[in-house]
Every structure is written in C-alpha cells, then in structure tokens.
Design a protein around this ligand. Structure first.
Ligand code: ATP
Ligand code: MG
Length: 262
C-alpha cells in the first residue's frame, strides 16, 4: 500500500480534480483505491455527489483520537456513485485543526488512523486543503509520496519553492516521504507561457515532472458539478484521456522511484 498526499498551498491549482480523477483512472485499471478528504471545504466529497455531510466522517474519528480514544476510519468509508471508496470530510475539521495543535504527537494523528487501514488498499489518496496547516502536515507525515498539481496559467515557481521549504522540515518527521512529481493542470499547448512553465519546471526538477499534462477541459468541471468522476461523466473527453495517461505514468513512477529531491 502507498499513501499519496495531493498538496500545494496555492488554491485552485487542481488538487481535488486530480485526486478524484487520478484515483478514478487507477480504479478503472483494476487498482483498489481509497480517497481521503482532508479539506474542511469538502470539495472532494461534494465532487463525488456527497452533498449532505454524513453523520460519521473524518472529523468524528479524528475527534476520538484528539480525546485520546481510538477512531476507526473503516467505519466511515462510503462507496460513492462512481464506485470509489471515500473517507468524507466535514466543515468541522477546520475546528479540529486548531484542537490538534495541543495534542501529543499532533503531527502523527493521521498516521495512527491510516495504519489500521494498512494493506486493504493499493493506494490511498489524500486531498489536502490549500494551506500548510496541521491537516496538511498530518497528511504528509502519513504519506509515502506527495504529488503537486500546478496550474500552468500562473508562474508556479514561488509556490513550489515555498512548498519545498516545508517539505524539508516535514521530511525530518517522516523520512520515507518523497516528491512523486509535479503535474501541470489546465494546460494549453498553444500558450507560450504554458510551454515555458513546463520547461522551467523540467530544468529544475527533471524526472520529477510528469510528462502528461492535464489539458483545460470544461468536462472536468461539469463532472464535478454532476458528482461524478470523468470516466462516469464523459469517458471520451480530453479530461478522461489525460487522467488515464497520468495514471499510467503514475504507476511507472511509483514502481520505479527516482532519487529523493532532499
Ligand atoms: N483541467 C481542468 N480543466 C478545466 N477546469 C478545471 C481543470 N482542473 C480543475 N478545473 C476546475 O478548476 C477549479 C479548481 O480546481 P480544484 O478544485 O481541483 O483545485 P484545488 O487545488 O483543489 O482548489 P482548492 O485549493 O480550493 O482546494 C474547479 O472548479 C475545477 O472544476
Ligand atoms: Mg481542493
């Protein structure tokens, strides 16, 4: 089993879209995948059609851990309309993030919770909120890999360098954590700026940059509105093609690890 955090502090960079559709593509390829919504905004849960917050969710189990009891994530896993398994989020996670600060082993609570799920899944994907707070730190400490989606429209290097600074610090708490790669989203090959951003990333991070780019594709946004992954919404779209290619490149990368960045 591998745990992958999808994280970058910049908002709207395609974290949730990538978590959802990469996991869905791996599910199509026969992998046993679990989605873990660690964002109090609950966009991942909503994008999978969970509009009413389930009574049992990540918050209910995390609260038990904060009180010194034992939570059980398996009790809150739901199967979505797409057939994907999900640990749903809750708006109350925002409050739990503040409470976590005063807990012993505060950075490791997700690790304890996920340890109990070991070997039930091939891959667990954690959708992180757009900040490096206690929830993202917990996700990274519990993970084997971090995958960073970057919107090709903006110069992402400043955000990437700032993230790498946190990554180095978190690596002290979790030696096995590695950068799996950077993925460019909302990519438009016709735009010079988009091509330049890829070249810049490639120059600095080489084999850590995914060669698959996720093109700008309105069907991806519409699928989320409909509460479905792209394969159940429009399997002939560019979005479906790109996420399937990304899944194949993802499998090559996890099976053939490249040297660690730090
Ligand atoms: N390749 C794409 N083509 C078109 N629209 C996209 C694409 N990727 C993402 N979007 C849309 O862009 C918006 C932001 O994407 P997403 O929610 O995945 O970003 P995020 O990084 O998770 O945001 P946040 O930081 O708020 O959690 C969403 O409305 C999504 O549907
Ligand atoms: Mg998101």
């Amino acid at each position: 089993m591998s745990i992958i955090s999808v994280a970058i502090q910049k908002g709207g960079s395609g974290k949730t879209t990538t978590t959802l559709n990469l996991a869905a593509a791996l599910h199509q390829l026969g992998k046993n995948v679990l989605l873990f919504d660690a964002d109090p905004q609950a966009s991942l849960s909503q994008s999978l059609g969970i509009t009413d917050e389930p009574e049992n969710n990540l918050f209910t189990e995390l609260s038990k851990e904060i009180k010194g009891e034992s939570g059980n994530l398996e009790n809150v896993v739901i199967e979505t309309r797409s057939g994907l398994k999900l640990v749903p989020s809750s708006i109350e996670l925002a409050g739990a993030e503040l409470e976590l600060v005063s807990v012993y082993g505060r950075e490791q609570v997700f690790t304890w919770m996920l340890e109990k799920m070991a070997d039930r899944y091939d891959y667990i994907f954690i959708d992180c909120p757009p900040a490096i707070g206690m929830l993202t730190v917990n996700a990274l400490v519990a993970s084997d890999h971090v995958l960073m989606p970057l919107q090709a429209e903006f110069l992402p290097m400043k955000g990437v360098r700032s993230f790498m600074h946190h990554f180095k610090a978190i690596k002290k708490l979790n030696r096995k954590l590695d950068v799996l790669g950077f993925v460019l989203t909302r990519y438009d090959e016709r735009k010079v700026m988009n091509r330049q951003i890829f070249q810049e990333l490639d120059k600095e991070f080489g084999e850590k940059v995914f060669h698959t780019h996720i093109r700008n594709n309105i069907q991806l946004a519409k699928a989320q509105e409909a509460g479905l992954d792209i394969f159940h919404f429009d399997k002939h779209s560019h979005g479906a093609t790109d996420y399937l290619n990304l899944a194949n490149e993802f499998l090559l990368k996890v099976e053939n690890p490249t040297p660690s960045l730090v």
